[in-house]
Design a protein around this ligand. Structure first.
Ligand SMILES: Cc1cc2nc3c(=O)[nH]c(=O)nc-3n(C[C@H](O)[C@H](O)[C@H](O)COP(=O)(O)OP(=O)(O)OC[C@H]3O[C@@H](n4cnc5c(N)ncnc54)[C@H](O)[C@@H]3O)c2cc1C
Length: 448
C-alpha cells in the first residue's frame, strides 16, 4: 500500500502516545525470588490488581512480566472506562450467538451488574491510591452506524437503565451535534456513567501502589512453563525457577504458548490507534462537545476520544486484521477518522501503535481455575475496568480459600469452534474482511 507521508507529523513516532507521560520500564524491579506464596504472570491491570489485593491481605506476592512492566495492552489501550460488557456480540457474531445470549439472559444480567462494580472499582482505586491519571467521568456516545441500528439503541438504553441506572438515553440524528461534530451517524446512545483515563498513568499508579505494598516485581522475566499443583507449584522462567503455593496467569492477548488450554479458547486480535497533533482550539471544541468517549454499532467498530487537554484526537479501530506497519494502519485509521470528521483532513498523525486484545467466542470475560492455576482473560477489547476487577476477584478467591462471590467464577468457557485451533487465528483476515464487507453493505442499504 502506497502511504501518503504528508499524513504524518515530522515528529511522528511509531509508539503509544501514552508513553510520552509514562513509558513502560523497570522501576521497582527486583531479582526473582526462589519462593513466593503467590506467583502472578503478567504485569498489566489484572496482574497488578490481584497483587495489590493479596499484598494488602498480608500475602507474599511476586509479579513477573516477559516485557517491561505494563508493556502489554495496559499501556496501549484507548483509556475508555465502561460499565458494559458486550451482551450477545461475540467473535462468532450472527444469529447463533444471539440465540445463545437469550438463553443465558439471567446470568448475563448478573454479569452486567458486576460490570458496574468494575467501573466503581477503578474510581475507588484511583481515589484510594491517589493515582493522577486524568480520570474524567464524562460519559460515552455510541453512534448508530445505520438507521436500522437506532431502535436497538433505545432497547439497550432501557435495559441498561433497568439493570444498572447508568443514565442511558438515545439522541436522535437531529440532536446528534450536541454530542459529536459529525453527521456520520444516525443518532446514538449516551451513557452518562462511563469515563476515560490515561491508561499508562493508571498502570503506573497501580505499579507504584504494588511496590509500596511490598509486591516483588520482576521485569523481562518470561515464564516458560508451570508444573506442580496448588501448594507446590514450580514456575520456570528465563531467569530460573520459583516455587509458589498459588499461580495466577494474567497474560490475556499475550498468552502465547504458556497455557495451551487457554490458548484454544482465545482469539488474539490486534487493535490499532493513532493520535493527532494539537488542533486549533475552536476545531477541537466542536468535535466532542461533552468530552465523551465515542464508539459505534457496526460489526467492526472504531473507538475514539479527545486526549487529556482536549486538543488532540485519539482514534482507534481495526485498520487491518493481519500484522501491518504502524504507518499502514495509521494511514487507514486516518481515512476512517476523516470519514467521520471531514474537518480533520489536515490533522497530522503524531503517534501510531497497536496492541493485542483477547477475544472469546461468547464475548464475555472469564475467570477460573484450570489445573489448579487461576486465570482471568477475554477482555474483548474492553478491559480497563473488567480486567482490574477480575484480577481483584481472583485475589479474593485465594484469600477466601477458594470461595468466590463473583458470577464470573467458573462460568462455562467455550473454546473457539474451529477444528484443530491452537491459538493461531489464521481465519481472522477472512472473517474480518467479510464483516467489513457486511458493514459496508448495511451502510449502503441503511439496514443492519
Ligand atoms: C489497542 C487497544 C485498545 C484498547 N482500548 C480499550 C479501551 O478503550 N477501554 C477498555 O476498557 N479496554 C481497552 N482495551 C483492552 C485493555 O487494554 C485490556 O483489557 C487490559 O489492558 C488487559 O490487562 P491485562 O492485565 O489483563 O493484560 P495486559 O495488559 O495485556 O498484560 C498481560 C501481560 O502479560 C505478559 N506476559 C504474557 N506472557 C507472559 C509470559 N510467558 N511470561 C511473563 N509475562 C507474560 C505480557 O508481557 C503483558 O505485559 C484495549 C486494548 C488494546 C490492545
Amino acid at each position: 500500500m502506497q502511504i501518503d507521508r504528508s499524513l504524518f507529523h515530522p515528529d511522528y513516532k511509531p509508539e503509544p502516545y501514552w508513553w510520552e507521560a509514562a513509558r513502560p520500564g523497570t522501576t521497582h524491579a527486583k531479582d526473582l525470588p526462589d519462593t513466593t506464596e503467590i506467583f502472578i504472570v503478567g504485569s498489566g491491570y489484572s496482574g497488578l490488581s490481584a497483587a495489590l489485593e493479596l499484598a494488602r491481605g498480608g500475602r507474599a506476592v511476586t509479579v513477573v512480566d516477559a516485557l517491561a512492566f505494563g508493556e502489554g495492552a495496559s499501556s496501549r489501550n484507548g483509556g475508555g472506562v465502561s460499565t458494559g460488557i458486550n451482551l450477545g456480540k461475540g467473535i462468532s457474531g450472527g444469529p447463533g450467538q444471539e440465540k445463545r445470549g437469550a438463553s443465558l439472559q439471567p446470568v448475563l444480567e448478573k454479569l452486567l451488574g458486576e460490570s458496574l462494580a468494575a467501573y466503581e472499582l477503578v474510581q475507588h482505586l484511583i481515589e484510594r491510591e491517589n493515582i493522577d491519571c486524568h480520570f474524567e467521568p464524562r460519559g460515552r456516545f455510541v453512534g448508530a452506524f445505520t438507521a436500522d441500528h437506532f431502535p436497538g439503541l433505545q432497547k439497550k438504553a432501557d435495559m441498561l437503565n433497568r439493570l444498572l441506572q447508568v443514565g442511558a438515553r438515545v439522541v436522535s440524528k437531529d440532536q446528534q451535534r450536541e454530542e459529536i461534530g459529525s453527521d456520520f451517524y444516525h443518532g446514538g446512545l449516551v451513557i452518562e456513567r462511563s469515563g476515560k483515563l490515561h491508561p499508562a498513568l493508571f498502570h503506573k499508579g497501580l505499579l507504584d501502589a504494588c511496590a509500596a505494598a511490598g509486591v516483588t516485581l520482576c521485569a523481562h522475566t518470561k515464564v516458560t512453563g508451570i508444573t506442580g499443583s496448588p501448594g507446590a507449584f514450580v514456575v520456570n522462567t528465563e531467569r530460573g525457577p520459583c516455587r509458589a503455593e498459588h499461580v495466577i496467569v494474567a497474560t490475556k492477548g499475550y498468552t502465547g504458548d504458556l497455557s495451551p488450554k487457554l490458548r484454544k479458547k482465545l482469539v488474539p486480535i490486534a487493535s490499532q490507534i493513532i493520535a493527532t497533533e494539537e488542533l486549533p482550539e475552536d476545531l477541537a471544541r466542536e468535535l466532542i462537545p461533552n468530552g465523551r468517549t465515542i464508539s459505534e454499532t457496526p460489526r467492526i467498530t472504531s473507538y475514539y476520544r479527545l486526549l487529556p487537554g482536549d486538543r488532540r484526537v485519539m482514534y482507534g479501530g481495526r485498520a487491518r486484521f493481519q500484522d501491518v506497519s504502524p504507518e499502514v494502519s495509521g494511514a487507514l485509521l486516518h481515512k476512517m477518522m476523516t470519514d467521520r470528521w471531514p474537518q480533520l483532513k489536515d490533522a497530522r498523525i503524531t503517534h501510531s501503535w497497536s496492541g493485542t486484545v483477547a477475544m472469546t467466542t461468547d464475548a464475555l470475560p472469564h475467570m477460573g481455575c484450570e489445573d489448579g492455576i487461576h486465570y482471568c482473560t477475554g477482555c474483548n477489547g474492553s478491559g480497563v475496568a473488567m480486567m482490574t476487577y477480575l484480577g481483584r476477584q481472583i485475589a479474593l478467591r485465594i484469600l477466601q480459600e477458594g470461595r468466590s462471590d463473583s458470577e464470573y467464577a467458573d462460568l462455562p468457557f467455550p473454546g473457539v469452534g474451529v477444528p484443530f485451533y491452537q491459538g493461531n487465528p489464521w481465519f481472522l483476515p477472512i472473517v474480518g474482511e467479510y464483516y467489513r464487507y457486511l458493514d459496508k453493505k448495511d451502510r449502503r442499504k441503511g439496514t443492519g
